[in-house]
Design a protein around this ligand. Structure first.
Ligand SMILES: [Cu+2]
Length: 483
């Protein structure tokens, strides 16, 4: 059990959204937003080096904290802990840089957390946190603040958001992911243990050879052996009506936006629209393992045969049919609750059925979360021969592509292999689907690339231009072991 103390600063800021499909495009739109900045201050009393400035008990930090006005982005920092942890979130309302007269309260509502009313962040039944103001010509005084507390009983994927005038403050961007891992204790209660001496994972005493010795309790989504994963990704989905944001940005607007006129024109994954979704996420910083455990990267990069977890969160106002190419996903949980099928799968091994809820499209309503696990199964067995050598009298697909490229070379698309940095576009590795830069002819098949996207395909646009919006890629490299 750990005591984890987060400090969130409520303020405004902006995000820059691409208006076309070109990677590293300079054709962009700035959208005014509200949000939380800040992050993890300390774990069990030990402060995180990068975030020491958040220690509001030290008056020497007040100026630095106050200066964070105007620096919010979408989404807000990830808050995470383990079952049984004591999670404290101190909220300081540092006010709006662009709208100094907007003295709205803010709160932290931990959506899906079973906290008491007093801690629920619904202001109408609890409280709001007023703005920290500096009196004319006076030094700063201690900020008004409140600390929320959450003791998670179950693992899973949740979210948090401000609940003050929620229609506006949520649309403006005051939200982030909240992730709870099982603890070693909660796993053990469900028969999952790790042998101290040999390092092997066991279920009810039976060794689980498919789970590597390097795995920790944070490689399980739930207290269930089937929820093991090698890598994990948060997919926090939201939508933006830029006209609404524009309207809020006008001080004392005589014609305030009517929420029922909501008509989004940008659709985001972790605060970004395609092709930005392929780039490294600007919020992924920090050398401390407490800061790097989980992040907002949206380009999924795995090895064939690995299992990856997608923590789907819908914070937008529209239902999202999330479609994943390449493989079926397994629903391991919904709204921080283990799928009942996985319980059955353990109890009823004799039943000749997968006993899992599988799919290739996951419909996610606003305020819902789903935990999806995908095994990046190897497709060489069925497909490599045809693609590389040809079969059943058909020439190889690569040969066919060669012919096509003689007629029109632009018909063979370049794929950006996990890009490195937008400021250095020359570092982006483009590859051709039949001309991979790997010497081993057996590996001619890799990497594999699969998109995943909102299947309301008009939401795969920016400003009406395809492709954009809620679209990203999964890259599966060659497996460790040869076939
Ligand atoms: Cu708010």
């Amino acid at each position: 059990m750990s005591i984890r103390h987060y400090v969130l600063l409520a303020t405004d800021g902006s995000i820059s959204l691409p208006k076309d499909e070109i990677l590293c495009t300079t054709n962009r739109e700035n959208v005014y937003i509200f949000g939380f900045t800040g992050g993890l201050l300390d774990v069990d009393g030990v402060q995180i080096e990068e975030n020491k400035y958040l220690d509001y008990t030290d008056p020497a930090n007040w100026d630095t904290i106050f200066m964070k006005k105007g620096t919010a982005t979408i989404p807000s920092p990830i808050i995470w802990g383990e079952v049984g942890d004591h999670i404290y979130i101190t909220l300081i309302n540092i006010g709006m840089e662009h709208l100094p007269d907007l003295k709205d309260f803010h709160t932290v509502h931990m959506h899906g957390a079973h906290v008491a009313t007093q801690l629920d962040g619904f202001p109408e039944s609890s409280f709001g946190v007023p703005m920290w103001e500096q009196k004319e010509g006076q030094p700063l005084e201690a900020p008004p603040k409140a600390t929320y507390f959450f003791q998670p009983e179950d693992p899973g994927t949740l979210m948090y958001h401000c609940h003050v005038e929620a229609s506006e403050h949520v649309q403006m961007g005051m939200y982030g992911a909240l992730v709870i891992y099982p603890s070693m204790k909660s796993l053990a209660k469900n028969g999952i243990t790790k042998c101290n001496r040999c390092g092997r994972w066991k279920l009810n005493g039976q060794e689980q050879y498919h789970i590597p010795k390097t795995a920790t309790n944070r490689n399980f989504a739930y207290n269930n052996i089937h929820s093991y994963f090698d890598k994990e990704y948060v997919m926090l989905l939201s939508d933006i009506d830029s006209a609404w944001h524009e309207s809020v940005s006008i001080p004392n607007n005589p014609n305030p936006f009517n929420a029922v006129d909501f008509k989004p024109d940008f659709w985001l994954i972790n605060g970004r629209a395609f092709p930005d979704t392929l780039l490294p996420h600007p919020l992924s910083v920090g050398s401390d393992p407490n800061l790097t455990q989980i992040n907002y990267e949206s380009y999924v990069h795995v090895k064939t045969n690995e299992k990856f977890l997608l923590r789907m969160i819908n914070m937008g106002y529209q239902v999202v049919p999330w479609h994943i190419h390449g493989w079926h996903f397994m629903v391991v949980g919904k709204d921080s609750n283990l799928s009942p099928f996985l319980v059955l799968a353990e109890d009823c091994k004799h039943i000749n059925h997968k006993l899992t809820e599988m799919g290739f499209t996951n419909t996610i309503g606003s305020g819902e979360t789903y935990d999806l696990i995908i095994t990046a199964d190897d497709k060489r067995g069925l497909y490599r021969n045809y693609i590389v050598n040809g079969q059943d009298g058909f020439p190889s697909l690569c040969e066919q592509l060669n012919e096509i490229s003689k007629i029109d070379p632009t018909a063979i698309f370049d794929i950006p292999e996990e890009p490195v940095n937008c400021a250095n576009p020359q570092l982006i590795n483009y590859i051709e689907i039949c001309n991979q830069p790997y010497g081993d002819p057996n590996n001619k098949f890799f990497p594999q690339f699969y998109p995943m996207h909102n299947h309301d395909d008009y939401k795969v646009t920016n400003n009406g231009k395809y492709p954009g919006g809620q679209l990203t890629m999964i890259q599966a490299d060659a497996p460790d072991k040869p076939m």
